[in-house]
Design a protein around this ligand. Sequence first.
Ligand code: UDP
Length: 254
Amino acid sequence: MARRRLVYEGKAKILYEGPEPETLIQYFKDEATAFNAQKKAVIEGKGVLNNRLSEFFMTGLNAIGVPTHFIRRINMREQLIRMVEMIPVEVVVRNYAAGSLSKRLGLPEGQQLPRPILEFYYKDDALGDPLVSEEHIVAFNWASQQDIDDMIALALRVNDFLSGVFLGVGIRLVDFKIEVGRVYDGDFQRLIVADEISPDSCRLWDIETGRKLDKDVFRQDLGSLADAYTEVARRLGVMPRNAARMNAGPKLVN
Ligand code: UDP
């Protein structure tokens, strides 16, 4: 079989050339990174779970008319996606204070915000993805004012959808990040949700117990990340058939 052309390799995913024009194959790795890749580990099964979970969220978004890059899942670790021109900005939506917002403004973690708060971060690893304003985005030509308005509308719809889905399974969506890309349909262009939506890019707290079910488990050494993601997948009914065994493996006994 011919070797596929690698288009891009990131921290948690690899992009390969797709089978048709304007498509890519997105491969989910088991690598976990945090603090701008200063902390790294391989979490067995994470890629499989995130592939499934991102498929689940993107399929739901497509179904309610929020356009995404997702076309179909190919196998345990890969999905077919539309090629997009990435906007070099991360869009964060927050419903409760946590993480960098709590630090920056001295808000207690878990405090409900008066309304969803939207932030933009400039995607630049060397700079550590700094917080930027709409002024920066337009002035430096990363996106137009119209693009910003479209990104805000997309992100708020994603927030309503995800908040509802998680609420239904007893999970609080504290905050999340999305990335957005541009596609061209003939003379028209539009922005669609790209990258991934998974517990790597959300803060998810169990509503009853407050247990963290997202990448903070890894950032803060709170236990098994694979167990946390498996719990999210199980509650959403998107467990891969062999997931129960996936992390079990043979165990060394004394
Ligand atoms: N986030 C992300 N990728 C990043 C930065 C943030 O997916 O490069 C997510 C993060 O998981 C959280 C939300 O965006 O759900 C807000 O993150 P925050 O600004 O609080 O930064 P952090 O505390 O993660 O450094």
